[in-house]
Design a protein around this ligand. Structure first.
Ligand SMILES: Cc1ncc(COP(=O)(O)O)c(C=O)c1O
Length: 469
């Protein structure tokens, strides 16, 4: 039941639409909207969670949790004991936007990051969504497709992204592409056409993504990454036309971009006219708390939000999507037409049906549970059999970083290979020469369920030789 409430006792006219069973979500959305639209100005002090809870007649924890989430997303700032404020930041002008490689035979256990378990793809659900979607599709759908992607899928995604990831977009600004890699290539092309010379990238990431950007004649400027994520105040940002970031879950270090830094990157983009490319490759898989909302919502006209079905369903589908700033949409559509790459309408219809029927959410929930169990098994095994290793980046995603107490990560990778385990060292992902610590990036998504325990125990055997911290 919907229960509109006014929060006027504090001199702030904030109208909240609190639905009975989704009070916290309603409160978060109401506060986000109020900050975004400027009704709650930067620096405004919010009532204490106790006062607001009493005023709205909801549990105090509900308000405290909603505040905590919005602090994590950079909308609010909080100081223990001192209160909660609307974050000081440059508010983007509110503008309405219309609506990889095979393993050698002896490496039987694949713990490389970057892919989900092939067995996790629910074929039965996909087949039944495909059947339903195909039966209902009008004939026109089978002609040459709209270069943006099918309207059915774009509109299903716009709704899903708003609901699940807090993205602010409309079907008009969503473009379907062949995975994130294709989307990144399209954006790089448009950036180059518009005269950009440099793209700031995180100091750790996929070499393939760096190559894609460089292939468009753009130079790469790496940003150091620390436990709060990529550092925004680096010379790398000066003069950069764009910054490629993984804010929800840095790849591969696994950190979440700190609220202050989210704001700082957005401020940079607003100030300099630079573009943020938000790679939200596994944003739905968060285990310790509710997923951190998309950075895009802080400045939809300065951020390209990029999503993919590669983690949530299967990389082989080659389905990805971009939610674009309105003034970039036409250029990206033109680039896509020139790229000659389109997605099959069958796959697009099927994914649209999966999303609108609730099947996509269900699959993500199931996968989240299953990956969380794997993660817990990995933590327990390393704790027991390789206690010298410190596991980080475990709050989200399908991989973790195992920091080695000492030694050469190349040696450990080689030892793992002798145990039949394929795993990469952190160096494999480095774009920057800094104090790269010896570490492994362990992908726990890939092995089939029946092989997971063996893969982990073989990895532990390979790690067992490392010295204690
Ligand atoms: C950091 C990162 N971005 C994006 C992707 C998805 O890429 P694609 O959609 O091209 O499969 C992955 C998948 O491994 C990834 O690790």
């Amino acid at each position: 039941m919907s229960m509109p409430q006014s929060w006027a006792n504090y001199g702030i006219d904030l109208h909240l639409d609190l639905a009975g069973t989704r009070v916290r979500a309603g409160l978060e959305a109401g506060l986000r909207n109020a900050v975004r639209s400027g009704r709650l100005a930067p620096g405004t002090r919010l009532p204490s969670s106790r006062d607001l809870a009493a005023d709205l007649r909801v549990a105090r924890n509900t308000v405290a949790d909603a505040y905590g989430q919005l602090v994590a997303e950079g909308w609010l700032t909080a100081m223990t004991g001192a209160g909660t404020w609307v974050a000081e930041r440059q508010v983007a002008a509110p503008r309405p936007i219309s609506p990889k490689g095979a393993l050698a035979g002896e490496l039987r256990y694949d713990l490389r990051a970057g892919a989900p378990a092939s067995s996790a793809f629910d074929r039965r659900q996909w087949i039944s969504a495909a059947r339903a979607a195909l039966s209902a599709a009008p004939e026109e759908v089978f002609g040459y497709p709209d270069p943006r992607g099918l309207p059915e899928l774009r509109s299903a995604l716009a709704g899903y992204l708003a609901r699940a990831r807090g993205v602010i977009t409309s079907a008009d600004n969503v473009i379907i592409c062949a995975g994130f890699a294709h989307g990144l290539a399209l954006i790089s092309q448009v950036l180059a056409e518009r005269g950009a010379k440099t793209v700031a990238i995180e100091g750790y990431g996929h070499q393939s993504h760096r190559s894609l950007i460089a292939a468009h004649g753009l130079a790469l400027a790496p940003l150091p990454v620390d436990p709060s994520g990529a550092r925004p105040a680096e010379p790398a940002l000066h003069g950069a036309g764009a910054a490629l970031l993984t804010p929800a879950h840095q790849f591969p270090l696994g950190t979440t971009l700190a609220p202050r830094r989210r704001t700082a990157f957005v401020d940079w983009a607003v100030r300099s006219g630079g573009l943020i490319i938000e790679d939200d490759y596994d944003g739905e898989f968060r285990y310790d708390r509710q997923p951190v909302g998309a950075l895009q919502a802080l400045a939809p006209e300065h951020v390209v939000y990029a999503g993919t079905a590669s983690k949530s369903l299967a990389p082989g589908l080659r389905l990805g999507w971009l939610a674009l700033p309105a003034d970039l949409t036409e250029a990206v559509i033109a680039a896509k037409e020139r790229s000659g790459t389109h997605n099959s309408v069958l796959d697009q219809l099927t994914l649209a049906r999966l999303i609108t029927s609730g099947g996509y959410d269900r699959q993500i929930r199931q996968a989240r549970l299953s990956y969380r169990r794997r993660r817990d098994r990995l933590i327990a095994a390393l704790d027991r059999y390789a206690p010298a290793v410190r596991l980080t980046g475990i709050a989200a995603g399908l991989h973790a970083v195992a920091e080695l107490a000492s030694g050469d990560e190349g040696d450990v990778v080689a030892r793992a290979a002798k145990h039949g385990v394929a795993v990469e060292g952190l160096n494999h992902y480095a774009a920057i020469e800094d104090d790269t610590r010896p570490a492994l990036v362990i992908g726990y998504g890939r092995p089939a369920e029946h092989a997971f325990s063996t893969a982990v125990s073989r990895l532990c055997a390979a790690l067992a030789g490392t010295a204690a911290r």
